[in-house]
Ligand binder design. Structure first.
Ligand code: NAD
Length: 463
């Protein structure tokens, strides 16, 4: 460990220990004992934010970006320490990406029509106070991303985070409010409670002052917000297949797939969760993954042991295995490997539990198919109708088009690692809330606004 790493590690330990031992979050901005108090503070902050110019909002956002860069290592360490998931190096990169590529107020666009009968504008205004539920898998990244987008849209936000990530979330929310205060903005632009629970979540969802709910997580929470009777954005689960057809650059496909799958130990919902490979290139693909990309080929016996380790008898995930690296997972089934091993691979039928389930672990099963059509059908089956993310490695434009239409997902990466879709080695902006189920796709500031038409009849057209 270098001096800097030791320094950061010590800070994280101190912050975590302080929160652990004393439970003391007093002095932390935006943190309340009671959910109703948190919402009341957010309502007050919203009254101020509503009157702020776009420039003033942008000033806060630029300080948030700066603080995220400065705190990237601390936040990454906190996330891994608290949740036991992911890896620090990748999480650091995720924070820098979030700071650089989450859209701000520039994302809020006005649409205008002008003509003989005057001028009509559609402007995007705030919802007011938004209720957001965030996952354990990208805890601080999601809070930062949501906060920047929601503030850019003129909103304030009440978070009910995953209980397993509450300390990381509290630290992040405090940092966001410090940025606002530094920029001359109000406190409590983002708030939460000391102890988030299902009860605090329910209070938030039912509160009359909250008109928009944004849930990032698995199927349970998305169904919960969609059943609330309020406008809701549901960013739910995925199980992204990576299809490799017989025209692909197989060596590159192997590298991209393993890089995407192992990023932050497979926690991102967009990450490659299984491979569908055409028979003619399947052996070559497997060879490249094993010989050049640090993959361990699991025998049927090890696959069985993994099934019984990473899942219980009802097929529920063992949370102690989610977001763990390949070496740790293998050690749990009695296999010791060196640090060069990044991913566990094997070949199996699509019904194999390690293939069909969204594991969020660097375990990559490969399903062999005889034809392109069979491959598309297999990928559709494996994606389970989530319409979330899918990836393809192919040089045939017709094949890519057919696959894209059949999968019908919010994200489709062609010939690259999955994280290219988040602007990491690919074009476009970043988000950690991908609204697959409700159709907004990759959320950004404009997703968190209401459209308002403003019409001036018979004047202000100066053409
Ligand atoms: P999770 O579903 O266990 O928890 C997510 C959040 O929802 C937490 O805050 C949790 O406390 C809350 N929650 C869960 N059930 C709830 C209910 N019935 N009512 C109210 N709140 C509830 O998910 P996780 O383990 O934190 O995250 C992993 C899951 O989230 C994966 O399925 C992954 O694909 C998905 N995810 C999706 C996106 C996306 O943008 N679409 C991003 C990250 C994670």
């Amino acid at each position: 460990m270098s001096v800097d790493e030791t320094f950061v590690h010590d800070i994280v330990k101190k912050v975590m220990a302080n929160m652990q031992i004393t439970g003391d979050v007093s002095g932390m901005h935006g943190v309340f004992k009671d959910m109703n108090e948190a919402i009341a503070a957010s309502i007050e902050a919203q009254k101020v934010v509503r009157t702020m110019t776009l420039d003033q909002r942008e000033k806060i956002i630029s300080i948030i970006r700066k603080k995220v860069h400065e705190n990237a290592e601390i936040l990454a360490n906190m996330g891994v320490n608290e949740t036991g998931m992911g890896n620090v190096g990748d999480k650091i990169m995720k924070h820098h990406l979030t700071a650089d590529k989450t859209p701000g107020t520039e994302d809020i666009q006005t649409i205008a029509w002008s003509g003989d009968r005057g001028l009509t504008l559609v402007e995007m205004g705030p919802f007011g106070v938004i209720g957001a539920i965030t996952p354990a898998t990208n805890p601080s990244e999601t809070v930062i991303c949501n906060s920047i987008g929601m503030l850019a849209g003129g909103n304030t936000v009440v978070f009910n985070p995953h209980p397993n990530a509450k300390k990381t979330t509290i630290y992040t929310i405090n940092m966001i409010n410090e940025a606002s205060l530094e920029a001359g903005g109000p406190d409590n632009i983002a708030v939460t409670v000391e102890v988030p629970t299902m009860d605090t979540s329910s209070i938030m969802m039912k509160h009359p002052a909250i008109h928009l709910l944004v849930a990032t997580g698995g199927p349970g929470v998305v169904t919960a917000v969609l059943s609330s009777g309020k406008r809701a954005i549901g960013a739910g689960a995925g199980n992204p297949p990576a299809f490799v057809d017989d025209t692909a650059d197989v060596s590159k496909a192997a590298r991209d797939i393993v890089n995407g799958c192992t990023f932050d130990n497979n926690l991102p919902c967009i990450a490659e969760k299984e491979i569908v490979a055409m028979d003619s290139i399947a052996d070559e693909l497997m060879d490249y993954m094993i010989s050049e990309n640090g993959c361990y080929l699991a025998s049927p016996e090890i696959q069985d042991k993994l099934v019984h380790t990473v899942m219980d008898e009802k097929g529920r995930l063992n949370r102690k295995c989610v977001g763990r690296d390949a070496r740790t997972l293998l050690s749990m089934v009695g296999v010791n490997v060196g640090p060069e091993i990044r991913c566990i691979v094997f070949e199996g039928p699509k019904e194999h539990p390690l293939i069909k389930e969204e594991l969020m672990m660097p375990i990559l099963g490969m399903v062999r198919v005889k034809t392109f059509e069979e491959g598309v059908n297999t990928a559709v089956w494996l994606e389970h109708g989530n319409r979330h993310s899918a990836h393809i490695h192919s040089k045939n434009v017709d094949n890519i088009t057919t696959y894209a239409k059949a999968l019908d997902t919010a994200i489709l990466v062609k010939n690259g690692p999955s994280y290219a879709a988040l602007g990491f080695g690919g074009e476009g902006y970043c988000t950690f809330t991908i609204a697959s189920r409700t159709g907004e796709g990759l959320t950004s500031a404009q997703t968190f606004t209401k459209r308002r038409r403003c019409t001036m009849s018979d004047s202000l057209c100066i053409r």
